[in-house]
Structure formats: C-alpha cells, structure tokens
Ligand binder design. Structure first.
Ligand code: NAD
Ligand code: HSE
Ligand code: NA
Length: 433
C-alpha cells in the first residue's frame, strides 16, 4: 500500500508532540486515511529527547525538507514569521501541501500564502494555529457553515488565561506565573505576544475571516493585553459580580465588523467565566444554531499536536481528491470575499469598568461625574475604596456607551489636577445570546 510522506520543520514543543502522536496512533491513523502516514524527514537544529526520531532522516537545514522530492506534506513548526514564510512558500512552489500551527504567519501573510497555494494546486491547513487542540476552524468553516455568524467571543490565549486564573485564585505575582507558563511550553518564543494580546489578535484575525468570509486583516484588530491588570482590578470586578477574562471578539454589527482583543469583565455566571488555566473556549452565535461553546486545551505539546495531526490526516485523504473539490482555505471561495468594513474601536459600544485614583478632597467626585455625563456616559454603580497613600480609589460600572465618548471623557478626567492620570478602563460584555 502507498503511504503519505510527511516532512516536519522544527522539533520543539509542538514538533515533538506531533512525532509522538503520529507514532503512537499510527495504526488507527492508517485506518482513518486508508494508508499509513510516515514521517520521512525532519529539519531541526538539534535532537529533542522528548521524542524518538532514530528511524527518521534528520537535516539541520529545514529548506532541505521543504524541497525534498519524496515528501507530500510539509509541517511547519518553527514559529516566527520571516523564515517560516520563506519555508512555506518554498514548499508550496515545490508542490507540497502545508500544515502549520503558526498563527502569526497565517494572520500576517495568509492572503499571500493562499494565493501561492492556489497557483500551485496545493492545500494549506492551520487548525492548530487557533485555540490549540479545539477543532474550531473546522467547526466554524464546515460544521457551522449553514449559519450567518452574528458574533464570536473567545478566550484564545492559554498563557494569558493561565496568568489571570493564577492571579485570581492563587494571588500569585504576574511574572512568577508567566515564568511557569514558559516552562510548561505554553508561551510564545517572545512572551510579550501572549501578555500584550498580539497572539490573540493573530488568532482572532483567522477566526473572523472564516466566520465572515473577509480577507485576513490583522492590522485592523484593536489589541490590548493583560499586563496592566492588577490584583485590585480582579477584586473590584468580583465585588460587582464579574471576572476579568482576556477575550477576542468579532461581531457583525450590520454596519461593519468589530475586531477587538482586550481584557473584559464578564458576569461570573457565564460559561466563559468558568474557563480557567491554559484552557481556551470560544462562543459562536449563529443565526440558525444559536449560541455554541467550544472548550479545550489551547496550548501544550499534545493538545496542539492533536490539531496538527488531524490536518495531516485530512490532507492525506485529500491527496486522492481533485483540487477544486476541497474546502476553500478560509471556508469561503477565494473570489467571494466580502469587503465589509472593519469598525474602529471608537465606534464600538459597551459598558465599562473604570478604576481611578483621586485626591481625598471635596468636589473631585462631582467633577468626574459631571465630565462623564457631559460626554454621554452614565454610571450604573460606584464604590469608593479605602484611602491608599493619600489617594481614594474609585471603581465604577457604566451603562452602555460609545467608546469614542468614553475616551473623550477619560482624557478630560485624566487631565484634572486632582485625578491620577493612570485610569484603568475594562470593557464589559454580558455575552447574552
Ligand atoms: N506551544 C504551544 O502550545 C503552541 C500551540 C499552538 C501553536 N503553537 C505554534 O507552534 C509553533 C511552534 O511552537 P513551539 O511551542 O513548538 O515552539 P518551540 O520554540 O518549542 O519550537 C520551535 C523549534 O523550531 C526550531 N527552529 C526555529 N527556527 C529554526 C530553523 N531556522 N531551523 C531549524 N529549526 C528551527 C527551534 O530550535 C525550536 O526547536 C509556533 O508557531 C507557535 O506559535 C504553539
Ligand atoms: N502561546 C499560545 C500557544 C497556543 O497558541 C497560547 O498561550 O495560547
Ligand atoms: Na484549533
């Protein structure tokens, strides 16, 4: 029987997990594909003791794998953008199908890569790039294909959720938890991608394209990370009945599409608020199906390998099918992409949590509330916490307001002499479907 031949570039956390899963489940995988899947060539700077590659050809040069005439599928697991882009384009030009876990690469260069793949009659699969082991891209592009997607909201960075959970439950310091996430193989090579929301923005870009049939537009995602969240914010949110989660949100408003990644207060009783640690979850609201929730491990060697290997299996099967009969890269036909505008954050409306520190004297609170009301911001609840180093922390929740109005109000409040200009704002989403 013929076999499908796979080359892997990069033998780190996900690379070694992929080797282990493909080897361990080889028999069942062959039964699913109809023939064996064999790793015949690996490109890696060094061996990795986490997996056995003694029976596989190893090259130090990853481009030797991409151009190997013997392989059918190149699996890119080196991460980063420039070399990965060159490697993937080289493989495509050499007629290889590609599997990648690299969301930065797809979000920033996917349009170019899909064009090259189309020109060369090959496929590109990237299920592992979003929410690790959760089969979310396949669910969105195929399982929910009957629906008009109204909105989706998800916890899509495992490292960030791990940090927020540990801060809330264990009162642990930010840096200490980040170091543990790195040691567990969850974090990106540059962990600022995780804590500043860049990784989540890459993933949201991909989700939105598949949800709405729009080209990948990473530069238009409003992006905020979790690095400014304090234990005080976590406690104040809890006081009002909320938890802080870092969400990626994509919403079709009818006037354009919101694409935003930021810390968000969500009611404690929502299902997303119970998603802890490295787990990811994505809620998708479709017009026919209603709200759905997808939950699972968003990072880690084998959960991510689960998605990589599923893509290899799918491409292995597709090797016998005509190119035009495959599912399009972003679920919609490439000549059917919509040019619906992406809204700026100023045009997004939601409630807000605000935390500011003011001087302990009369009239300050009146000034603050007057500026808010002059800018159409109405307050839903307000608490004044204990004086801390001569300043009074004020925490409030607002009714729904346009972000542009909120920004105008906060600029004026921050300029008041009696108010510390470091004002925290966190958007609130009720997530009712
Ligand atoms: N770790 C996770 O949980 C996870 C989950 C989903 C997606 N991803 C993505 O998977 C990819 C790989 O992540 P990882 O966590 O396995 O990273 P990693 O750093 O553990 O592994 C990458 C490996 O590639 C090697 N490499 C890089 N450039 C190379 C080159 N030019 N030649 C040869 N080897 C090279 C590195 O030496 C390293 O061993 C990234 O795109 C990442 O975003 C990771
Ligand atoms: N660094 C990423 C890996 C999974 O994409 C995360 O923590 O979610
Ligand atoms: Na996935």
């Amino acid at each position: 029987m013929k076999s499908v031949k796979v080359g892997i570039a990069g033998l780190g956390t996900v690379g070694s997990g992929t080797v282990n899963v493909l080897k361990r489940n080889a028999r069942d995988i062959a039964r699913r594909v109809g023939c064996p899947i064999e790793i015949t060539h690996i490109g890696a700077r060094r061996d990795n003791a986490a997996c056995d590659t003694s029976d596989i050809r190893l090259s130090r040069d990853i481009f030797a794998v991409a151009t190997d005439p013997d392989i059918d599928i190149l699996v890119e697991l080196i991460g980063g953008i420039d070399t990965a882009r060159e490697l993937v384009l080289t493989a495509i030009r050499n007629g290889k199908h590609v599997v990648t876990a690299n969301k930065a690469l797809i979000a920033e260069h996917g349009n170019e890569i899909f064009q090259a793949a189309q020109d060369n009659g090959v496929d590109v699969a990237f299920e592992a790039s979003v929410a690790g082991g959760i089969p979310i891209l396949k669910s969105l592009g195929e399982g929910l294909a009957a629906n008009h997607v109204n909105w989706l909201a998800g916890i899509i960075n495992g490292t960030g959720n791990f940090i927020l959970t540990e801060m809330e439950e264990g009162g642990r310091a930010f840096d200490d938890v980040l170091a543990e996430a790195q040691q567990l193989g969850y974090a990106e090579a540059d962990p600022t991608f995780d804590v500043e929301g860049i990784d989540a923005a890459h993933k949201l870009t991909i989700l939105a394209s598949i949800a709405f049939g729009i080209p990948l537009q990473y530069s238009k995602v409003y992006t905020e990370g979790i690095s400014r969240i304090t234990i005080e914010d976590v406690a104040s949110a809890a006081h009002f009945g909320y938890r802080i989660k870092h969400l990626g949100i994509a919403k079709d408003t009818g006037n354009g599409i919101e694409l935003r990644v930021h810390p968000t207060l969500i009611p404690k009783e929502t299902m997303l608020s119970a998603v802890n640690g490295v787990m990811n979850a994505i809620m998708i609201d479709g017009d026919a199906v209603g709200p759905t929730l997808f939950y699972g491990a968003g990072a880690g060697a084998e959960p991510t390998a689960s998605a990589v290997v599923a893509d290899i299996i799918e491409l292995g099967r597709a090797l016998t099918v005509d190119y035009d009969e495959r599912v399009p890269y972003l679920g919609f036909h490439t000549d059917q992409m919509s040019d619906e505008p992406i809204l700026t954050i100023d045009d997004v409306s939601c409630s807000f949590y605000l935390r500011l520190h003011v001087q302990d004297k009369t009239g300050v609170l009146a000034d603050v509330t007057r500026i808010l009301s002059d800018n159409n911001v109405s307050i839903d609840a307000l608490v004044q916490r204990d004086v801390d180093q001569g300043l009074v922390p004020i925490v409030m929740m607002t009714h729904v307001v346009r972000e542009g109005d909120m920004s105008a109000a906060l600029a004026k409040i921050g300029a008041l002499e009696s108010v510390n200009s470091d004002i925290m704002r966190i958007r609130v989403e009720m997530l009712d479907a």
